[in-house]
Design a protein. Sequence first.
Length: 588
Amino acid sequence: MLDFIGTICTFYPWRPRGLAAPWEKMPMLDLVIRNGLVCDGSGAPAYRGSVGIRDGRIVAIGEVDGLARQIVDAGGLVIAPGFIDPHTHYDAQLVWDGQAQPSLEHGVTTVVPGNCSLSLAPLRAEHRELLGATFRKIEEMPKNAFDAGLSWEWESFADYLATIRPTLGVNVAPLVGHSLLRLWVMGLDARERAATDAEIAAMQALLGECLDAGAVGMSGSWVDIDHENRPVPARLAEPRELDALCATLGEKGGILQIVPEFWDADLLCARIDLLAGLSRKHGIRTTFSPLFDSNAAPELVGIALDRVRLQTAHGATVVPQMQTRPIDLSFDLTAPMSTFATLPGWWAMTLLPRAEKLALLRDPERRRALAAEMDDFFMPIGLQIDFADAYVKRMGTPDGALMGRRVGDLAAERGCHIAEAIIDIALADDLATSFGLDAIGHDDAAKIATMLADPLVGIGAGDGGAHVTNFATYGDTGYLFSRYVRGFGAMPLETAVRKLTHDVARLWGLDKRGLLRPGYAADIVLFDPERIDRGPEIPVEDLPADGFRYIRRASGIERVFVNGALAYSRDGGYAAARAGTVAERVAA
């Protein structure tokens, strides 16, 4: 048929615009997405148009002529670059799930794992259990799923990427963790002391190898503690060590990500100043996460942003990452969780063997001690939690009289302390009950709207892949549009798209991603601007070893393409294609 059309066009002066005569040898397009509202990621006004794709790249945009093997009608939809999630912990999940579910169904085509000083490589075999325990503690991952899903077929960073590459359905822009560099070079001494000059030089060489293998930068932390409540190795680094590693980042064009003391305005400003100094000295981009608003410290976000403005005006690149959504927590009594981080009695109780735990929970004196501890509760990380507001979220044997009920109301009806109500409900359900605490933090939505619209604030800190049994980490992309574009009108559609695409790609130094431009990777999301939103939080049993987790579905995302291949559609779900890759960094 195509040969026939070409023959007709040869002998007649008219031919359809864009259709080549045989001697012109115009290659056929693989895909044309037609008739959508093009938001190209730059923030420029959207326009009605089409996008042509060949060999995984965008080759034409606007009025696209010519033949295509596939045509998708995007009428009524926005055509945008795929969203980029800059703060995830998919490192382990990518080994058994190269699509990083549920990222794609939220329009995310590129994820950045390896945050908070933790990656899965480089790692010597003898340190696997230590790292696993640290990862599971900080990122709250179920041990059975973590252990069952990891093959541990690698030691070097290059070998880790070689392990995940064949099954990637999403693009990955990985960071290497500072704690891992220390552990590789210093062994267990990385948990004990500062590095020597020779060890710092060895870390620099190792960081260079990781960057050459595909890392986009290095992550660190000034706050995290491991499974033994000791500072992660990165926190033991002296300033000269971090300075030397940033020199290597500057040589290679890598980014530095840090988790600072985000709940204390003075400490946070000091860290912003430190990052700014490193940025100027070594010509690097730096970012920190999270920037979190709460009634516990209502002035903090404004103070931190003023300091970022000051340092930006003096030539530094220090970008805070703010999540769009409040936090929804879940907790139970089966394992230690961040909810109990500053309740030592509760934390210790969750660590006990089952029989000892049950005996403790039934002991009147120990119950009174746990209740007293809850009365004095304070969570010094910018959150305010009232356990009376917790509700019965999930049960092993659902009880219609309890599901969804508020713990404070149940305690009042029973004439007991809220702690005793939590314990009694859990005991009656063989400890299978999960309790929920919804919409914590981000208390002043109007203020958050203003902050998110600030050009100096990045969208991030979502923690995808982490805290999976504690709360659903996904939904930031849809919530940005539903809450702050449609709801508050804090920013136009084009700005929201830019914040999720080009702004992230530029900060993280991702080559040919984040824009709809000829020559760029065909990472594309089609969404309904009136329906895009985060979906409900639901429990799903899809982890290795029958592990359960909370996830969020999405609404309004119609189709997602990764490097030109369909990766997800609303009607068909996740596609079989594995077109993801390790995203390349712009050359230094």
